[in-house]
Design a protein around this ligand. Structure first.
Ligand code: NAD
Ligand code: MG
Length: 301
C-alpha cells in the first residue's frame, strides 16, 4: 500500500490508540516472530507516511525483521532510503514481509540473515551491505537479546556470554567494520533501554548491556564529532515485540505488560519510528551523544 501525504487531521487519544492489558499469556521459542503474536504488533505498515527526509541514504539495520528495527526499516524506505536488514535465520518469515514493504517503496531491500554473536559474520554483514547498497551512511545497532531470570544463580556463563555478544560485542564489531566507510553526515543509532537507568531485578545481564550501550553512544559521539559523524540512542520502555514473548518477560509480566506506564499500555514499534528517522536525518544535525526516551511516561532520560 502506498502511503499518502495527507496530514493527520484529528486528535488521537494516546491511551486508546493501541491495545492495552490484560493480554493473553503467550510464549514462543527464541527469537520469536511478530507474525505469531496476539495482538500483532504495529510497525507502521499502514500508517507511516514519508516526506522525503532520507532520500538516497543507505541504511543497515540489525534486528530489522521485527519490532523497532522493522518500524525503522519501513519508515526509512518511505523517507527514500535504501535499506539492508540483518536478522537471525529463523526469522525469515518476518524478514520477508519487511523486504516486500521496502521494495514496494521502490527502494533497494537487502536481506542479510546471520548470527551477530560471531565476529566474522558481523564483518561480512557490513561488507555485504556496503556492496549491495553501494555505500553506507546510517547504521542502526538495534538487535538485542533479553532473557528474564529471577535469580543470577539461574544464568549460565553461556547465556551471560550470549547476551554480551549480541548486545555489546556485535555493535563493536559492526562499527569497527563500518567506520572507515562512513562519510561526514553519517549517523549511528543504538537501541538502548529504560533498563540502562532503572534495571529490573530479573534482567541482571540484559540491563547492564543497555547501560553499556548508553555509555558507548556518549563516548563515540565525542570521538566522532570531529569527523562529522553523529551517534545517538533510543531508550524505549515496554514495547510490544517478539523479544518480550520469547523469554524477555515472564508470563505474569506479559499479561499486565505496560500497565504501569501513565498511558496504561505498552508502546507499539510504530510509535518510535519517527525517532529513528529524526536521529538519522540531516535536520537532526545538532543531536549527537543524545539518548531519546520513548517509554510512555515512565523511565529516563
Ligand atoms: P525484536 O525481537 O523484534 O527485535 C530483536 C531482534 O534482535 C530480533 O528480531 C533479532 O533479529 C535480533 N537478534 C537477537 N539476537 C540475534 C543474533 N544472535 N543474531 C542476529 N540477530 C539477533 O524486539 P525489539 O523489542 O524490537 O528489540 C529491538 C531492540 O529494542 C533491542 O535492542 C531491545 O533490547 C530493545 N528494547 C526493547 C524493549 C521492549 O520492551 N520491547 C524495551 C527497551 C529496549
Ligand atoms: Mg525478530
Amino acid at each position: 500500500m502506498k502511503p499518502t501525504t495527507q496530514a493527520n487531521t484529528h486528535l488521537e487519544d494516546p491511551r486508546s490508540k493501541f491495545p492495552k492489558p490484560p493480554f493473553e499469556g503467550q510464549s514462543q521459542g527464541w527469537p520469536g516472530l511478530a507474525g505469531k503474536m496476539n495482538p500483532k504488533p504495529d510497525h507502521g505498515e499502514k500508517s507511516y507516511k514519508g516526506s522525503g527526509r532520507l532520500i538516497g541514504r543507505k541504511a543497515l539495520i540489525t534486528g530489522g525483521d521485527s519490532g523497532m528495527g522493522r518500524a525503522a526499516a519501513i519508515a526509512y524506505a518511505r523517507e527514500g532510503a535504501d535499506v539492508a536488514i540483518n536478522y537471525y535465520p529463523t526469522e525469515e518469515p518476518d524478514a520477508k514481509e519487511v523486504i516486500a514493504l521496502i521494495a514496494a517503496e521502490g527502494r533497494k531491500a537487502i536481506a542479510i540473515p546471520g548470527d551477530l554473536r560471531e565476529e566474522a559474520f558481523c564483518k561480512s554483514l557490513v561488507n555485504e551491505a556496503l556492496q549491495a547498497l553501494g555505500g553506507l551512511d546510517i547504521i542502526v545497532n538495534n538487535a538485542g537479546r533479553q532473557q528474564a531470570s529471577d535469580s543470577i544463580l539461574d544464568i549460565s556463563a553461556e547465556e551471560f556470554d550470549a547476551t554480551m555478544k549480541t548486545n555489546i560485542y556485535a555493535p563493536f564489531w559492526i562499527l569497527k567494520a563500518a567506520l572507515p566507510h562512513l562519510q561526514r553526515g553519517s549517523a549511528i543509532i543504538a537501541t538502548t533501554s529504560e533498563q540502562a537507568y532503572d534495571p529490573s531485578p530479573d534482567l541482571y545481564d540484559y540491563a547492564q548491556t543497555k547501560a553499556a550501550t548508553m555509555s558507548y553512544v556518549k563516548s563515540l559521539a565525542k570521538q566522532l564529532g570531529s569527523k562529522g559523524i553523529r551517534v545517538n540512542g533510543v531508550a524505549p520502555g515496554p514495547i510490544w515485540t517478539p523479544l518480550q514473548v520469547s523469554g524477555g518477560a515472564s508470563q505474569e509480566k506479559l499479561k499486565k505488560f505496560g500497565e504501569k506506564t501513565p498511558l496504561g499500555r505498552p508502546g507499539q514499534p510504530a510509535e518510535l519510528a519517527s525517532i529513528y528517522v529524526q536521529l538519522a536525518a540531516n535536520d537532526g544535525s545538532f543531536a549527537t551523544g543524545q539518548i531519546y526516551g520513548a517509554a510512555g511516561g515512565s523511565g529516563q532520560p
